[in-house]
Design a protein around this ligand. Structure first.
Ligand SMILES: NC(=O)c1ccc[n+]([C@@H]2O[C@H](COP(=O)([O-])OP(=O)(O)OC[C@H]3O[C@@H](n4cnc5c(N)ncnc54)[C@H](OP(=O)(O)O)[C@@H]3O)[C@@H](O)[C@H]2O)c1
Length: 312
C-alpha cells in the first residue's frame, strides 16, 4: 500500500547516537513498547525489556529477548534494571500510579548516568488541560526537564490501534460526532521513538505525532469496512455512554471520565490537525488508516463478530 510522501525533507535528528550501549524499554509488552523493542532488535541495537513476568514477555517479544524483571512501582528494581543502560524508552500505562512510576524511572536513570530518555507523552500535554491524562503527562515532562538528563518527548494523538477495542458488533461507538481526528499508527509512534533513541541531535525536542489525514468516524467506519469486508458503521452515543464503556473495560473512573470529555473535544476539532513530525523524525511519512486497517483486518473483523456464547 502506498504512503503519501514526506512534505518536509529536513530530518530533525542527525547522525548516530552510536554505539553498543543497551537501551532499556519500559512498557515493552504493550502496544507501543513492543514495537519499539522489535524495531530496535531488528536494527541490531541492544534493547533490554523491563518486564513484570518473564514468560508472558518472551511470548510477546520472542524467545531470547533480552529482559530484566522489575516493577515501575519498585524503585530498587529499576536501579537494578538500569545497570549498564545508556538510553531509556519511558512509557507507562494511564493510571493514578503513572506520575510516581515515571518519576521512579527518571530518578533511577539520573542515578545511573543514562545519556538520554525518550518519554512517551500525550498530545497537548498541559497543566491547564481539562484532561487529567494530559496534566499528569505534563507533570512528568517537567520532572524530566528538571532532571538534568538529555531527553526527547513524543506526544501522539489518538492511536489507530484504539480501534481494535472500539470496533464491536458492526459499530464504532463514539461521542465525537462529525469531528475529524488525524489518528496515528502506533507503529509510526514507535519508529519516531526509535529514531530519537538511536540518532544524535534533537535533545530537548518535542514531537507531536499525527497520522496523515484527519478523518471523521463516519469515514473511519467506511475505511474499516472496505479493508475488512465487514460492515462497520459509526454509531453516535452520548459522552456518558463512552464513560460507562471505558469503565466497564477496567479503566479507573477518572480515565473513563477523561475519555468522555475527550470525545466531546474531538467533536470540536481537538485533533483535527496534521503535523510533519513523523516525517521530520523518521524520514518516512506516517501510515494511512487504510494501511492500518488492511494490516489488522483479521483483528478488526473479529471485533464485528458476536462474542462466543456464555461471554456476552
Ligand atoms: N491510546 C492512545 O490513543 C494514546 C495516545 C497518546 C498517548 N497515549 C499514552 O500511551 C501510553 C500507553 O501506551 P500503550 O497503549 O502502548 O500501553 P499498554 O499497551 O497498555 O502497555 C502498558 C505496558 O506497561 C507495562 N506495565 C504496567 N504496569 C507496570 C508496572 N507496574 N511495572 C512494569 N511494567 C508495567 C505493561 O506490562 P504488563 O504486560 O506486565 O502488564 C505493558 O508493557 C499511556 O501513557 C498513554 O497516555 C495513548
Amino acid at each position: 500500500m502506498t504512503r503519501v510522501g514526506c512534505t518536509v525533507n529536513v530530518p530533525g535528528m542527525h547522525g548516530s547516537l552510536e554505539v553498543d550501549g543497551t537501551i532499556l524499554v519500559t512498557g515493552a509488552t504493550g502496544t507501543i513498547g513492543s514495537e519499539v523493542f522489535r524495531r530496535l532488535a531488528a536494527a541490531g541495537d541492544r534493547p533490554r525489556a523491563l518486564v513484570r513476568d518473564t514468560q508472558s514477555a518472551l511470548a510477546r517479544l520472542g524467545e531470547g529477548a533480552e529482559h530484566v524483571v522489575g516493577d515501575l512501582d519498585r524503585r530498587e528494581s529499576l536501579d537494578v534494571a538500569m545497570a549498564g543502560i545508556d538510553r531509556v524508552f519511558l512509557l507507562t500505562r494511564q493510571s493514578s500510579r503513572q506520575g510516581a512510576q515515571e518519576r521512579n524511572v527518571i530518578d533511577a536513570a539520573a542515578s545511573a548516568g543514562v545519556r538520554r530518555v525518550v518519554k512517551l507523552s500525550v498530545f497537548r500535554a498541559d497543566e491547564r488541560s481539562p484532561l487529567r491524562i494530559a496534566r499528569q503527562h505534563r507533570d512528568t515532562e517537567r520532572a524530566l526537564e528538571a532532571s538534568g538528563l538529555a531527553y526527547v518527548i513524543v506526544r501522539p494523538v489518538f492511536l489507530m490501534q484504539n480501534l481494535l477495542a472500539m470496533v464491536r458488533g458492526e459499530a464504532i461507538r463514539t461521542a465525537a460526532g462529525a469531528g475529524r481526528v488525524a489518528m496515528v499508527d502506533a507503529r509510526d509512534v514507535a519508529a519516531t521513538a526509535v529514531a530519537a533513541l538511536t540518532r544524535g541531535g534533537g535533545d530537548g525536542k518535542t514531537y507531536t505525532l499525527t497520522g496523515p489525514q484527519p478523518l471523521s468516524f463516519d469515514e473511519v467506519a467506511a475505511i474499516v469496512s472496505q479493508q475488512t469486508g465487514a460492515r462497520v458503521r459509526h454509531q453516535h452515543v452520548a459522552p456518558d455512554d463512552v464513560r460507562r464503556a471505558v469503565e466497564r473495560s477496567g479503566a479507573e473512573a477518572w480515565f473513563a471520565a477523561d475519555m468522555a470529555e475527550l470525545h466531546g473535544m474531538l467533536a470540536n476539532g481537538y485533533e483535527d490537525l496534521v503535523t510533519d513530525d513523523v516525517c521530520d523524525a523518521t524520514g518516512t511519512a506516517p501510515g494511512m488508516l487504510a494501511e492500518f486497517a488492511f494490516d489488522f483486518a483479521d483483528r478488526l473483523a473479529a471485533g464485528t463478530q458476536p462474542p462466543p456464547s456464555g461471554l456476552a
